[in-house]
Design a protein around this ligand. Structure first.
Ligand code: CP
Length: 330
């Protein structure tokens, strides 16, 4: 892994465990309890969140996250308000000490304090700008929100982490193999037409390690994960050899950008890193979705019985209900 240096603070280590910002803020025992209850309670309809209101604050688009939170809270008798920043909700500034004379009329600090007066939890999605690695590593929006909210904050994907996705991913491994300890999983880089954030691979790598999986990262040279992630992994096997994928129990496919060419789309010559059934062998195929068919993986992979991506999407619903109960009513 690279030793990219960065002066930025790690934005996710000093928050109260009342928030859910990264799996690494929580013990394995606590996370396992959530996953086991998600498996046991899948499909629950109850009044566990009756009278509770949850804010869903979106700076970016979503299909799964938005739908699964809206449906999940309703299934537990609570209510959600989906707030689209810049689309009916004021554009929010997140910079420290900014003179707010441009196009953003409200600061995230003030929004956090106000929303805390209305809601029992605030969930937020805010992708990185992909312009400055140093800025993105501070995870400015989720960090400011967590520091200024008096109610639990749940990270719905930030610059650095996508913990709800990682919990659904681990749940999928646990369901398929009956355990997570010792399951051989590869995090496999895939081609893409755009530079993508690394929140999903970061979170999957950390959660897989927390749950005792045997993790290998398979990526082209230069496609390292950032220091806040590698520091949490300890020793991890990194390879540039896709032939290793056939030896895995599960292969988690995802594209992410280079740290040393931050924000640049992957080179076109890496298109042959596309995943095919031949490269995967019998491994369970995993992906957070959305995905670009026939760029990241072939149609044949997605139509194969080894494809677990739809199970992962479904598990978002089950595991997030347990995360909400853990933070709000347990
Ligand atoms: N995996 C995931 O977070 O999907 P959405 O971006 O559609 O929410």
């Amino acid at each position: 892994m690279s030793n990219t240096t960065c002066r930025a603070t790690d934005a996710t280590t000093n928050h109260s465990s009342g928030h859910f910002l990264s799996t690494s803020d929580h013990s394995r025992a606590r996370l396992e309890g959530i996953v086991e209850r998600a498996i046991a309670n899948a499909g629950e309809r109850s009044q566990a969140l009756a009278g509770r209101s949850v804010a869903l604050l979106f700076f970016n688009s979503s299909l799964r996250t938005r739908s699964s939170f809206e449906v999940g809270v309703a299934q537990l008798g609570g209510s959600t308000s989906t707030l689209e920043v810049g689309g009916g909700v004021w554009n929010l500034e997140s910079g420290d000490g900014v003179v707010m004379d441009a196009d953003k009329p409200e600061h995230i600090v003030d929004a956090a304090r106000v929303l805390s007066r209305y809601f029992d939890a605030i969930c937020v999605r805010s992708f990185p700008g992909l312009k400055s690695l140093e800025d993105d590593l501070t995870d400015p929006v989720v960090s400011a929100l967590a520091q200024n909210s008096s109610v639990p904050v749940i990270n719905l994907e930030s610059c650095l982490w996508h913990p709800c996705q990682a919990m659904a991913d681990v749940m999928t491994i646990r369901q398929r193999f009956g355990r997570t300890d010792g399951v051989k999983v590869a995090l496999a880089w895939t081609p893409h037409v755009k530079a993508l954030p690394a929140a999903v691979p970061n979170s999957f790598a950390v959660a897989a390690a927390q749950f005792g999986c045997e993790l290998t990262i398979v990526a082209p040279e230069g496609y390292d994960l950032p220091d806040p992630v590698t520091a949490r992994l300890g020793g991890v096997r990194v390879s540039h050899d896709q032939s290793l994928l056939r030896d895995q129990d599960a292969v988690y496919a995802k594209s992410w950008g280079r740290l040393d060419r931050y924000g640049e789309a992957p080179a076109a010559e890496l298109r042959d890193w596309i995943l095919t059934p031949e490269k995967l062998g019998d491994a369970m195929f995993m992906h957070c979705m959305p995905l670009r068919r026939n760029v990241e993986v072939t149609d044949a992979v997605l139509e194969s019985p080894n494809n677990a991506a739809y199970d992962e999407a479904e598990n978002r619903l089950h595991v997030q209900k347990e995360i909400l109960k853990e933070l709000l009513v347990r």
